[in-house]
Design a protein around this ligand. Structure first.
Ligand SMILES: Cc1cc2nc3c(=O)[nH]c(=O)nc-3n(C[C@H](O)[C@H](O)[C@H](O)COP(=O)(O)OP(=O)(O)OC[C@H]3O[C@@H](n4cnc5c(N)ncnc54)[C@H](O)[C@@H]3O)c2cc1C
Length: 514
């Protein structure tokens, strides 16, 4: 073993420095791809241990790859250099400061979103953006490094719009502080801007510039009242037009849509899941009548060939919510038909669930690809994507690849369009460890079919390219989406200079932001 390995074992304890085959194999995969072989997985439990880890590896010139919950699917934490060290942040999950007076919370970045939400709820508080759907097992640091969106995004945008300050361990092991706290002395991390915005520099960096150790978020009062509205549409243009209207008018905390294929997959999956648990939570949150409504509507609350949109509407008063509900209903009525609001209700009753949806209801493999479009181009982008896939229909049939769509709004500016691919291939070690055993048993496993997986890989890359040509941009850039191509030369030169300053050896997650 090299000297750095022994140094880390002595400093962190043997249990925090793993190099057995099973661990190295698991951490070298994400849900879709396989990275280069790792030399070690190091799991620091505190900021000083993280600093020591980074310093030791840097001195030995070993490339480092940070990982949070490992629930991204764009190669972000997969090594491009053989023999890299993966730094697993999951043990750094402590609350650092909850300041209810100044309305901010500071946590270590390995904390799961569901943990943060549970911790804030008794105080009647939450962060404005409060997590991705994977938040039961995905971390604060992962979301910040990808600029994730979902819960609260309809109103408050991405995670980047809710963060105030960061403490980042740089490639030499030193700590860089951003936001007001960088001013030093007694200055608290209560405001993001005191001079140029260094917090923003690290949001969405995919871990290229350093390892986020602590993050401070704004706090807001939890919603006082909430209601839900759903509608179905005959075509995607009406669906996206309605989403844009909801978004532009700042009506919903979440506004999301399914096409008929994704809806069918969701309905089938729901019948595999513990419906009773969801029902209980709906009853607890929205009352017995709402629970009965969920049962009565069964799983057929949206027509089979329909596109559907679902909104959660929050407010400080019942009057505010009622006015927004009326506005949403008007927008929907002009373009589609009202349906049961069971989807958004169930989502809010159980916002964080096990990430079982990374396998389809018949055990199919799953991977999404996405882009975010301004309202003015979102409808055309959706139609172009549909036409693109239609032009490949016989090839898709040959490989039995099915495509659904999930869409969601981002603040008042945009619609995220996410084609989701399903195909048959056997499960990897990653699926077997991350998906719940009960779900794995119920959904079954298709036979090995590597040529279909290779076909999806090619399709995913082609789709991402088309989305960029259409003017879409990406969160979760990782090592999959292109960052540099076509970018303003001065912006790129500045980014390169910053990267060189912070990571002169290029050992901090090399290959991201390509
Ligand atoms: C079922 C399912 C549902 C999902 N739902 C959503 C959703 O609603 N919205 C959404 O945006 N995404 C979603 N995702 C994608 C993904 O889970 C999220 O983007 C999530 O934020 C990733 O967090 P993570 O902790 O798993 O990060 P990881 O996958 O571990 O890492 C992501 C990237 O961040 C880097 N990184 C991680 N931690 C740090 C750190 N502390 N410092 C520096 N770099 C770091 C990694 O190197 C990598 O590049 C979903 C995925 C699944 C499987």
């Amino acid at each position: 073993m090299p000297a750095w390995f022994t140094t880390l074992q002595v400093a962190l304890g043997a249990g925090a420095v793993a190099a057995d085959d099973a661990t190295l194999d698991f951490y070298a995969q994400d849900v879709f791809s396989q990275g280069e072989a790792l030399a070690v997985v190091v799991s620091p439990s505190a900021v000083d241990e993280l600093q020591l880890t980074v310093k030791t590896l840097a001195a030995a010139g070993v490339a480092m790859v940070p990982r949070g919950g490992g629930l991204s699917y764009t190669d972000g934490y997969l090594a491009r250099q053989k023999g890299s060290a993966l730094i697993d942040l999951a043990r750094m999950d402590n609350l650092v400061e909850l300041n209810t007076v100044d309305r901010y919370v500071t946590v270590e970045t390995g904390m799961y979103w569901s943990t943060l939400n549970d911790l804030l709820a008794p105080h009647g508080l939450r962060t404005p953006y409060w997590g991705p759907l994977s938040g039961l097992r995905s971390t604060i640091g992962g979301a910040l490094s990808q600029c994730s969106v979902f819960l609260g995004s309809g109103e408050y945008g991405s995670v980047g719009d809710s963060v105030l300050s960061l403490e980042v361990v740089l490639a030499d092991g030193s700590v860089l502080t951003t936001g007001s706290a960088a001013a030093g002395g007694e200055t608290k991390p209560f405001i993001r801007y005191f001079g140029p915005d260094l917090t923003g520099l690290f949001v969405g960096d995919a871990g290229a510039l350093g390892i986020k150790a602590r993050a401070t978020f704004k706090l807001i009062p939890r919603e006082v009242d909430i209601d839900f509205v759903s509608a179905e549409f005959d075509d995607p243009t009406a669906m996206i037009e309605a989403m844009s209207e909801i978004s532009r008018n700042d009506i919903a905390a979440e506004c999301f849509s399914f096409d008929p294929v994704l809806l069918e997959q969701r309905k089938k999956r729901m019948s595999l899941l513990a419906d009773a648990e969801t029902l209980l939570k709906v009853v607890k949150q929205s009352g017995v009548m709402a629970g009965l409504g969920l049962v009565a509507s069964g799983r057929d609350f949206v027509g089979e060939d329909k596109y559907s949109t679902h909104v959660s509407i929050e407010g400080k008063t019942a009057g505010e919510v009622a006015a927004k509900v009326a506005a949403a209903k008007r927008i929907f009525a002009a373009r589609g038909q009202a349906t049961e609001n069971s989807f958004p209700k169930a989502l809010r009753a159980m916002p964080f669930v096990a990430p079982n949806s990374m396998l389809g209801p018949a055990g199919e493999r799953w991977v999404p690809v996405h882009a975010i479009f301004p309202h003015s181009t979102a409808q055309a982008a959706f139609k172009t994507l549909q036409a693109f896939f239609a032009s490949k229909q016989s090839w898709l049939d040959e490989h039995q690849i099915r495509i659904g769509y999930l869409c969601t709004t981002v603040a008042q500016q945009a619609v995220l369009i996410e084609p989701v691919f399903y195909w048959n291939d056997s499960h990897t070690a990653y699926h077997k460890r991350v998906v719940e055993a009960d779900y794995l048993k119920k959904c079954g496993e298709p036979a090995a079919n590597p040529s279909a997986t290779a076909a999806v890989g090619a399709l995913k890359a082609e789709t991402a390219r088309l989305m960029r040509i259409l003017g879409g941009i990406h969160f979760q850039i990782g090592k999959f989406y292109t960052y540099r191509e076509g970018r303003n030369a001065a912006a790129l030169a500045l980014f390169d200079a910053i990267k060189k300053q912070l990571d002169p050896q290029n050992i901090m997650n090399p290959g991201v932001l390509k």
